[in-house]
Design a protein around this ligand. Sequence first.
Ligand code: NAG
Ligand code: ZN
Length: 328
Amino acid sequence: MLSSILELLLVAASVTPALGFCGSHTHLQRRAEEGEAVPISTFGYIGDIGPHNWAALDAANSACATGTRQSPINMVEGQFQIVAGTDVTLTIPDQTEGIEFENLGTTVEGVMEGSGATMVLNGEEYELMQFHFHHPSEHLDNGTSIAMEMHMVFQTAEEQLAVIGVYVDLDTGVASAAAPAAKRRHPQPDHSLWKKQAEAVSQMQITAAADNGAVTSTMLETLFQSVEEIATPGTKVTTQPLIMSELVETLKLGNFEAYSGSLTTPPCSEGVNWMVATQRVQISTASFERVRNVVKFNSRFTQNALGSPNVVSLSAGAAAVAEPVAAA
Ligand SMILES: *[C@@H]1O[C@H](CO)[C@@H](O)[C@H](O)[C@H]1NC(C)=O
Ligand SMILES: [Zn+2]
């Protein structure tokens, strides 16, 4: 199993490196200096600038309409291979000073470049550049859409991309573990809050139910306390301290569904190593609503099965055939 994954990754590695990231501006250059404006995306999710028309926005986006290994996909048997959570070495330091959280217009994104967060997969070291969110989920879990999906975007020194997708579900039961303090305009690291969170996490039983039960994410609850402060595209805020180890431990409880796909945003470049986690996380309805009110809708439609014709090119062909009939 692992050797076939390696093969998949080697094939992927030979593809031209992508120029951008899923839902993000390019991080190939060193991260913007403090004070530099947050770039706002020029594509969107509705109408003329929406995903059915991304290829028309820029010649560089042609893969969006012609690629045959496009993401997201319906995650059904045969589309992916299983990689055990314990076979992926994830190292994400706790962010005691908080992180920069930005509104790109198309998503909200936490900047991680330079934080020392890495993933080792089949001997390749990747650096975590950023993570961002889609509402609703982009991948379908055996046909079902989930409330949200987090994408953790990694890159090797050779600019090979890997993205961990994590389904974010709604908390169906009791309130979440931590009760983060009230938001502040210019938050400084709050070490009493930090202590409270750490206690909450250590008391929390990070256990996965046999039926893929989601684990409450203190990290996301804390992060989303800041989301209303970046309601306007182009704005950013420094978050409260974030305990990343909780997420790492949670992901280890499950497996990853691995396949070679594409960026889910323009330029839709292929050769992206996707790892969709079977272990879900969950957030409170209140947090979900806060994020939804800012992000609104930012999910690319489900792409065709891997290796099948691109659905945009299929519908363009159908239109060309239908036209003379309509004219007649
Ligand atoms: C996926 O869905 C199909 C049809 O709804 C069902 O028969 C199958 O058992 C599901 N597979 C898994 C792994 O849940
Ligand atoms: Zn994404």
